[in-house]
Structures are given as structure tokens and as C-alpha cells.
Design a protein around this ligand. Structure first.
Ligand SMILES: N=c1c2ncn([C@@H]3O[C@H](COP(=O)(O)OP(=O)(O)OP(=O)(O)O)[C@@H](O)[C@H]3O)c2ncn1[C@@H]1O[C@H](COP(=O)(O)O)[C@@H](O)[C@H]1O
Length: 113
């Protein structure tokens, strides 16, 4: 599977699981618990990414870090779905930024002020 198709498939799965029974689906249980619970999970997973990155710095094995980033991306995707958008919108945003230096973008914002 390509990276694009994995993201598309996960986006489709997450949208479909929104209608499932919370007992049958982790995604449905997050929606049922509500936005605050989803945001709590995003915060927890972000913290776990930071801890894994610190631990990884002195280690050759990146697998724990990669797994924590996967957890964070997944929970962000559930958050986007809960708020009626998806990873496709984020990809479009990133596509528009391709080739635009972060420094140049920031300078263009301060010029506008
Ligand atoms: N990619 C994921 C995925 N990544 C992580 N997780 C779950 O996210 C949870 C993360 O939990 P934590 O790491 O915080 O550990 P925990 O101890 O369970 O956390 P607490 O809830 O106790 O705080 C675990 O239950 C993982 O199984 C995921 N659950 C589902 N998916 C995808 O979503 C699809 C639909 O899932 P269901 O809705 O469960 O059918 C699946 O087919 C997968 O493709």
C-alpha cells in the first residue's frame, strides 16, 4: 500500500466507525466520550511522543518513537473526524505550503501587520 492509500483507508475506516457501537469500536467509543476525551488522548499521545523522542536520542532503535507518532497521528485523525474534517484537508494545506520556506511564510505574515 502507498502512503496516500494508507491515509485514505484509515480516513475511510475512521469515518465509518463513527456510526459503530462504542463496545465494538475504539473510534466509536472516543466519539461517544466526546471532544474533551479525544483532546485528552491527543495531549497524552503528544506527551508520549516527546518522551519517546528524548529516550530515542541515545538509542539506534526508532521503533518505539515511530509507534508513539502513529498513536498521535491516529488520535489527531479521530479529532479531525469528530470536528467534521479529515486528513485530506491537512494534506491539501501541507501541499499548498510545499516549496514555501517557513521563514519566508513567517516574514510574509509580519509584513502584512
Ligand atoms: N490505528 C488505529 C489505532 N492506533 C492506536 N489505537 C488504539 O489507541 C489506543 C491507545 O491507547 P493508549 O496507548 O493510550 O493505551 P491505553 O492503555 O489503551 O489508554 P487508556 O485509554 O487506558 O488511556 C489503544 O487502544 C490502541 O489500540 C488504534 N485504534 C484503531 N486504529 C485504526 O482504527 C480502525 C478502527 O478501529 P476500531 O474503531 O477499534 O474498530 C482500526 O482498524 C485501525 O486501523
Amino acid at each position: 500500500m502507498t502512503t496516500d492509500s494508507i491515509l485514505d483507508e484509515l480516513t475511510r475506516l475512521i469515518a465509518a466507525r463513527r456510526q459503530a457501537e462504542p463496545d465494538d469500536s475504539y473510534v466509536a467509543s472516543l466519539h461517544a466520550a466526546g471532544l474533551n476525551r479525544i483532546l485528552e488522548k491527543v495531549g497524552e499521545e503528544a506527551t508520549e511522543v516527546i518522551i519517546a523522542a528524548k529516550d530515542t536520542a541515545a538509542d539506534a532503535d526508532r521503533s518505539a518513537l515511530v509507534a508513539e507518532v502513529a498513536d498521535l497521528w491516529f488520535h489527531c485523525m479521530v479529532m479531525l473526524s469528530h470536528l467534521d474534517t479529515d486528513a485530506g484537508a491537512v494534506m491539501e494545506c501541507l501541499q499548498q505550503r510545499l516549496g514555501l520556506s517557513g521563514h519566508a511564510e513567517k516574514a510574509s505574515r509580519s509584513d502584512a501587520h
